[in-house]
Structure formats: structure tokens, C-alpha cells
Design a protein around this ligand. Structure first.
Ligand SMILES: Nc1nc2c(c(=O)[nH]1)N[C@H]1C(S)=C(S)[C@@H](COP(=O)(O)OP(=O)(O)OC[C@H]3O[C@@H](n4cnc5c(=O)[nH]c(N)nc54)[C@H](O)[C@@H]3O)O[C@H]1N2
Ligand SMILES: Nc1nc2c(c(=O)[nH]1)N[C@H]1C(S)=C(S)[C@@H](COP(=O)(O)OP(=O)(O)OC[C@H]3O[C@@H](n4cnc5c(=O)[nH]c(N)nc54)[C@H](O)[C@@H]3O)O[C@H]1N2
Ligand code: SF4
Ligand SMILES: [Mo]
Length: 716
């Protein structure tokens, strides 16, 4: 374990408090720099604030993390290792009563018990019968994936394909551009038109907002394309309530008008791609099925609006002197053909050449800009030293239910969950819970709280908040690398992911030196690369300065403009093939399944929680109260079902039923209903939204399809 580092913003040692530079490790594009005030005498954190020196954080935190100390010091934090009491069946426990199902044990007992069981399982069923399950409880490089991967690689456990969030969009963006990166967030201030496309900026990416406001003060317009009237939509100049899953067609409709009206930048398009591909795209876009009337009929957006949007997009630079920019986010790729949708939308700035201008282009994720040495951190070559002697099988995390209930050869016999709450967040919850309840499944859960998943644990291990551990981090919404210093001593007997897996390795008898690495070693390894974008960025520098800008290539004007010049294209050019074509999802209003289940369900994220994180805190619940336990539906759908606001309603499909209270309003258009994610055990009947979602995968990237879900609704 590293010692408490000297903080870059250390106050005088004489003073009663000191300030430590940390990073918010939650799964959010903003990766905020956080200044933690710590009382020198008690060692207790007394305040968290946004780092005013960080160019994107700019001194403020979101409402969720402003209350982070409520989480760090919550009386119900998990602080000690625990083991399920003999005879207590696995399954949902009432909140506040969970501890009764477990007994406190020592770390030695926990480590010995877990490794003995894992070793026996590997011996009897083969190591691939062990499945690690983790996602983004922390997106710090170390916490997200370092020692844990080494441990499971060496063990020969199944590998997890981490697809639940962004793999469709990531693979799609990479298939076009060769890399995941996009417009610099600060440059949004220079845009003349901003399109938020499947992006709830004000709810999920609040640090982009001030730059958008700056652009709007200079006359820029903000247009939101989202089937739900988000906070962002309510604050925008215009909200286009697109029908879910039809974004590919809208993008093609915009291309149609751009080419038809001669608004394309021929030179730029020709320079960035193969001319034959550019011609093929133009011919494809100009097909009659992509004309505004045809597109309007499917997307629900009026033909004249499509024409107006395309013209505004194509003429922004000419008319305002400022380019158009698209904040594309992951909303559009959580549907069956979401990969194609991302490919289609991401081609728009290539057609208009808006990449060339300050404030133009598109952002989906900037994560590909950070050349962290993932191979050094995760050491996949350790799989060869495992009893398997080869790469182990890969299990898609978006099909956990199927993995636990149907996978064979070998079946999953041990599940090790950390950084995630799959009982609440994984799709097809019925199968997930049925699988987790299996008597013959051994389950370990490492978390900060008694989550829904913890209710199924054989062993429960206490995990740190980001104040209690050290890490290094990039971002998926900006271009600054940061070190998060440990601000406070770990509470109770909390151990971080690095230390947990290093100790498990020791108890397993793994003798490789890599299991001796501590945080500082791992940070050094993560930053060890020849890649020029990390030149000069070292642990010492990040510890001293808090954050450092990547050394991105500059264009002739000295600006970092992704894709402004050919040197930005990793393959020398972009790839437009296969040309994006619209397909209706099997769970959408245009599909046969809609006869029985006619409503498109959006099981969305809560503005005041982070996926299922924070759902258990009174302060956060208070902020989210208006939307809790609520199904939002349009009057046109409520009336024929004789439903009025406040009615208890059943939302159901073949996979299950949940109960919520109807809120009849115009946040959604006819045909769409929406609700928000929380913990199952805090939901009516302990049934979370994911009872209704499927394990169908996206067309590209094997992602989850939460937003392709058909339901019917009736009065309970
Ligand atoms: N407050 C808050 N912030 C968060 C999170 C949170 O839970 N709460 N989660 C974090 C995580 S894990 C992530 S990945 C990011 C995600 O941030 P976003 O990428 O913004 O993801 P979502 O909120 O899933 O989707 C964005 C919007 O897409 C809309 N949408 C759904 N289907 C469609 C469609 O077919 N077409 C279009 N055009 N729009 C559609 C949704 O209604 C939603 O408002 O946010 C992070 N930030
Ligand atoms: N219906 C529906 N389902 C969804 C989504 C949706 O929009 N709608 N969104 C999907 C998306 S985009 C995502 S990213 C996933 C998110 O799914 P998850 O990544 O599972 O996210 P959380 O629910 O926030 O759970 C993270 C857990 O990690 C724990 N944790 C935090 N830090 C640490 C640590 O250092 N160590 C350990 N061991 N644990 C830690 C937290 O306490 C928390 O319980 O959910 C997906 N599921
Ligand atoms: S959740 Fe996002 S916006 Fe909030 S503090 Fe963390 S990084 Fe910043
Ligand atoms: Mo996510």
C-alpha cells in the first residue's frame, strides 16, 4: 500500500486542515478534479469541491458528488469482511437488515475461505467455471482493471467482455475513424450550432454545459434529439422527440438534404476517405427512402424540421462564422441497431467538414486519446501460466442471466463481483437473479454497500470510496490525465481492488513478482509508453500538478482539432463502408411484437444517481423524489387504458411485470413510456426496471439493448 502522498495543493502543515487533489472515479465523462479538505487532527474529510484549476471541472461538482461525504461516512457503509450465515438462503434482503444475514469475519478468514473455494472449483470444474464480473464502479485505471485482471488471468478464469455500456458505440466510432476521440469540450464555446444527440448533457455530463452556455451567449442554438424531454431538452432552443431506435434514418435524412442542397464539403470528404466510398455514401443518402417525407414517417420528426435542421447544420459556418458540433452520447447505441446509428451520425461532420473548424466536429468518447499501457497493467500473457495454458473463454457481461442459467462446458460455478451491481443493472433481471440464487453457485461481492448483488453473496468484502485510494485516470469527456491521491485512511477494514487481488494471489500461491506491485508501481506502468500524447506525463508530475493535458497533435493554427488534417486519421482515412442502412429493432413499434406489446419502454438513468450508485442515500433520494417509482406516459396512451396520474400500473412483457405509479405528462411522445433506474430492493415489489429488458445484443460490439424494449401497460 502506498503511503499518503504529499498532495499537490497541500496547505501549510501548520493549519488545521489540508487539501488533497483527488479525482471523481465515478463512471461519468467529466472525470472531475476534486479538492478534498481533510481535518489534520481527526483525519476526517470535511469538504469536497471541484478543482477550480481544472479547465473542465472549473470549480464545481455535480449535485450527486457534492454530497459524496454522505456516502463516504454513511452509517451503513460496509466496513468489514463478512460471510453468509449458515442456512440463510440467497436472495433480496430488506434494506437496513442485510447485516443480519452475514457474520463478521477477519480478512485472513475471508481470503483463506475464498481462495480455498476458488481452488476447489477450478480443480473440479476447470478454472473457466470461475467468472469475474466487474464494470465501472471506479474508472480509475487501477481500480477498473489492473491487479484484478492479473489475478483472473493467472487463475485461468473466464474472461468478461465488458459490453454493458459503450461497446456498440465504441466499436462503431472506431470502425469509422480508427480511434475513439472527439471534439475538445472547451471548444464547444466556439460552436455556432450544437446538437445533443441521445445525450442528456445537463443530467450526465454537466461540465460540458458552461461551454454550451458560452456559445449560446454568442448566438449559438442548442437542438436536442431525444425521445425523452430531459433537463437538457427543456433548456434547449428546440427538442426533437425522435422515436427510439430510428437515429440511423434521421442521420441519412440529414445527409440526403446536405447532398441534395449542395451543402457538403467535397474537398474535405474526398481528402478524408476513399473517393469511391464518398460517392457511394452520396448515392446512398440520395435514395428516395432517405428523403425527408420518408424519414419523417418513421422517425416522427416532421419533414420540414428535418430540412431545417440539415440546412442549419450545413450552413452554420457560412451563416454564423462558427461551425456545427454534435454531442453524440451513448443513448442511441443502447438499441438493437445502435452501432449502425453511431456510424451514421458520426459521418455527418465528415460530410460538412466541420472537423476543420474550432468548435466543430463530434464527441462520443475521448477515451481513445489516453495511451495508458493496459497490457502492462492487466498482463494477459499470464493466461499462459494458468492451468489452462491458453486464453480462456470470453463471456459477454450483457448476457449474465444466460451465463448463469444455461452456460455449459463448464457451467459458471463461482461468480466474483466487484465495481458493479449486476442484480440491478444487468438486463433480463429474472434470469440474472435466478442464476445468482443457485445453491451451487459460489459468490463473492466486493462493494461499499449492501447492494442488491450483495444480497446473493457468500462472502462480502468492503471496498473504498475514491477518497480512500490512489489511482490514475483519463476521461471519456475531456483530454486531461490526473492522479487521484488518497485523501483519508480507508475506513474500517476497507481494502481497495489492487490490494484485494494482490492478497488473493498470495493466498492462491501465485509467485509472480507482478503480484507484489503497489499503487505507485502500477501508476508508473500505466504511464510507461512511447506514445507521444503521454510525453512528459509522469506520476511525479501528476502528483505535483493534479492534472496534465495530453500532447495532442496541433494543426497549423496551433489548435488541437481532431481530424482537422490527415495526420489525425490513424488509417490515413476514414472508413464509410458498410454504408449505414436503417433497420427497425425487433422490439420497436414497427415490429410484429408491437401487436402484443405496443409501447416502447425507456428504462433510463436517474439524474441524481449514477446508475444504481447513490440510490440508497436519503439526500440523493430526496433530489430524485419526483421521479421515483414513476412511469411517465403520454395522455394519448393513458386515456385508452383509463389511466390517470397516480394510478398504480403494471408494466409488462413476456419477461416479467413491474409496478409503478403512472405520471401522465408530455415528457414522452405517444408510444413511448419511461422510468428511472434504482436499486431493486428500494423498488415496488423489489422488481427493478431490468426485469423487462432483454439480453438481445447490439448489431456491432455485442452491447446491451436496454432501449429496445417493448411493453404493455395496464391499471393494476
Ligand atoms: N446523473 C447521471 N449521470 C450519469 C449516469 C447516471 O446514471 N446518472 N450514468 C453515467 C454513465 S454509466 C454513462 S454511460 C453516461 C451516459 O450518458 P448518456 O450517453 O447521455 O446516456 P443515457 O442517459 O443512457 O442516454 C442519453 C439519452 O438518450 C436518450 N435515448 C434513448 N433512446 C434513444 C434513441 O433511440 N435515440 C436517441 N436520439 N436518444 C435516445 C435517453 O432518453 C437519454 O436521455 O452518463 C454517465 N452519467
Ligand atoms: N435499465 C438500465 N440498465 C442499465 C443502464 C440504463 O441506463 N438503464 N445503464 C447501463 C450502463 S451505461 C452501465 S455503465 C451499467 C453500470 O453498471 P455498474 O457499473 O454496475 O454501476 P453501478 O450500479 O453504479 O454499480 C457500481 C458499484 O461499484 C461499487 N464500487 C465503487 N467503487 C468501487 C471500488 O473501488 N471497488 C469495488 N469493488 N466496488 C466499487 C459501487 O459501490 C457500486 O455498487 O448499468 C447499465 N444498466
Ligand atoms: S459524477 Fe461526473 S460530474 Fe459528478 S463529480 Fe463525478 S465526474 Fe464530476
Ligand atoms: Mo455507462
Amino acid at each position: 500500500m502506498s503511503t499518503l502522498p504529499s498532495a499537490p495543493h497541500d496547505g501549510s502543515t501548520q493549519s488545521a486542515t489540508r487539501t488533497v487533489h483527488a479525482v471523481c472515479t465515478l463512471d461519468c465523462p467529466d472525470s472531475c478534479g476534486v479538492l478534498v479538505t481533510v481535518d489534520q487532527l481527526t483525519g476526517r474529510a470535511t469538504r469536497v469541491q471541484g478543482d477550480p484549476a481544472h479547465p473542465v471541472t472549473r470549480g464545481f461538482l455535480c449535485g450527486k458528488v457534492a454530497k459524496y461525504l454522505d456516502r463516504v461516512y454513511a452509517p451503513d457503509r460496509l466496513l468489514y469482511p463478512m460471510r453468509r450465515r449458515a442456512g440463510v438462503p440467497k436472495g433480496p434482503l430488506a434494506q437496513g437488515r442485510e447485516a443480519e444475514a452475514f457474520e463478521r469475519i477477519s480478512w485472513d478468514e475471508a481470503l483463506a475461505g475464498i481462495t480455498a473455494k476458488l481452488a476447489a472449483t477450478a480443480e473440479e470444474h476447470g478454472p473457466e467455471s470461475i467468472l469475474p464480473y466487474s464494470y465501472a464502479g471506479t474508472i480509475g485505471q487501477l481500480g477498473y482493471g489492473s491487479m484484478d485482471r492479473r489475478f483472473f488471468h493467472r487463475l485461468g478464469a473466464s474472461q468478461l467482455d465488458r459490453t454493458i455500456c459503450s461497446s456498440a458505440g465504441g466499436a462503431a466510432l472506431t470502425s469509422v475513424y480508427g480511434v475513439r476521440l472527439g471534439t475538445v469540450p472547451q471548444h464547444y464555446a466556439h460552436a455556432g450550432l450544437i446538437i445533443a444527440w441521445g445525450a442528456n448533457i445537463h443530467g450526465n455530463n454537466i461540465h460540458l454545459w458552461p461551454f454550451i452556455e458560452q456559445a449560446r451567449r454568442n448566438g449559438a442554438k442548442l437542438i436536442v434529439i431525444d425521445p425523452y424531454r430531459t433537463r437538457t431538452a427543456a433548456l434547449a432552443d428546440e427538442h426533437l422527440a425522435i422515436r427510439p431506435g430510428t437515429d440511423t434514418l434521421l442521420a441519412l435524412g440529414l445527409m440526403h438534404v446536405l447532398f441534395r442542397d449542395g451543402l457538403e464539403d467535397r474537398e474535405y470528404l474526398a481528402a478524408s476517405t476513399d473517393p469511391a466510398q464518398a460517392e457511394a455514401l452520396q448515392a446512398h443518402a440520395l435514395l428516395p427512402e432517405h428523403a425527408p417525407d420518408a424519414v419523417a414517417a418513421v422517425t416522427g420528426i416532421a419533414a420540414e424540421t428535418i430540412v431545417r435542421l440539415a440546412r442549419a447544420y450545413g450552413t452554420s459556418l457560412a451563416l454564423t462564422g462558427r461551425p456545427a458540433v454534435i454531442r453524440l452520447n451513448y443513448g442511441i447505441q443502447r438499441s438493437e441497431y445502435g452501432g449502425t446509428a453511431v456510424r451514421a451520425v458520426s459521418m455527418l461532420p465528415l460530410i460538412t467538414g466541420s472537423w476543420k473548424h474550432l468548435g466543430g466536429g463530434l464527441t462520443l468518447s475521448t477515451s481513445g486519446a489516453f495511451p495508458f499501457n493496459g497490457k502492462a497493467l492487466q498482463m494477459p500473457e499470464l493466461m499462459e501460466a494458468s492451468p489452462l495454458g491458453r486464453a480462456s473463454r470470453v463471456v459477454n457481461m450483457s448476457q449474465l442471466g444466460a451465463a448463469l442459467t444455461t452456460l455449459d462446458d463448464p457451467p459458471v460455478k463461482a461468480l466474483f463481483v466487484y465495481n458493479s451491481n449486476p442484480a440491478a443493472v444487468a438486463p433480463n433481471q429474472n434470469d440474472v437473479l435466478r442464476g445468482m440464487a443457485r445453491d451451487d453457485l459460489f459468490t463473492v461481492v466486493h462493494d461499499q454497500f449492501f447492494t442488491d448483488t450483495a444480497d446473493f453473496a457468500d462472502y462480502l468484502l468492503p471496498a473504498p470510496t475514491f477518497l480512500e485510494t490512489k489511482d490514475v485516470q483519463g476521461a471519456y469527456g475531456h483530454f486531461f490525465a490526473q492522479v487521484s491521491n488518497r485523501a483519508i485512511e480507508p475506513r474500517g477494514e476497507v481494502r481497495n481492488n489492487v490490494r484485494l487481488f494482490a492478497e488473493l494471489a498470495k493466498h492462491m500461491g501465485f509467485t509472480e513478482a507482478c503480484f507484489d506491485d503497489v499503487e505507485d508501481d502500477l501508476i508508473d506502468q500505466a504511464l510507461t509508453t512511447d506514445h507521444p500524447w503521454f510525453a512528459g506525463i509522469t506520476r511525479e508530475r501528476l502528483e505535483r500538478e493534479g492534472h496534465a493535458a495530453l500532447n495532442l497533435p496541433k494543426n497549423a493554427d496551433g489548435l488541437s482539432l481532431p481530424f482537422s488534417t490527415p495526420e489525425w486519421f490513424p488509417h490515413g482515412r476514414v472508413e464509410l463502408f458498410p454504408l449505414p442502412a436503417y433497420m427497425a429493432a425487433t422490439e420497436s413499434r414497427s415490429a410484429p411484437a408491437a401487436e402484443e406489446f405496443p409501447l416502447e419502454f425507456l428504462p433510463r438513468k436517474a439524474d441524481n444517481y449514477m446508475n444504481s450508485t447513490f440510490a440508497n442515500h436519503a439526500g440523493h433520494q430526496h433530489m430524485e423524489a419526483r421521479n421515483t417509482g414513476v412511469l411517465e406516459m403520454h395522455p394519448d396512451d393513458a386515456a385508452p387504458r383509463k389511466i390517470v396520474t397516480g394510478d398504480r400500473v403494471e408494466i409488462f412483457n413476456r419477461r416479467g411485470t413491474i409496478k409503478l405509479h403512472a405520471q401522465v405528462n408530455r415528457q414522452v411522445a405517444p408510444g413511448v413510456v419511461a422510468a428511472r433506474l434504482a436499486w431493486n430492493k428500494l423498488s415496488s415489489g423489489q422488481a427493478g426496471l431490468n426485469r423487462l429488458t432483454s439480453e438481445n445484443l447490439t448489431d456491432i460490439g455485442g452491447g446491451a439493448t436496454f432501449y429496445s424494449t417493448l411493453v404493455e401497460v395496464r391499471k393494476a
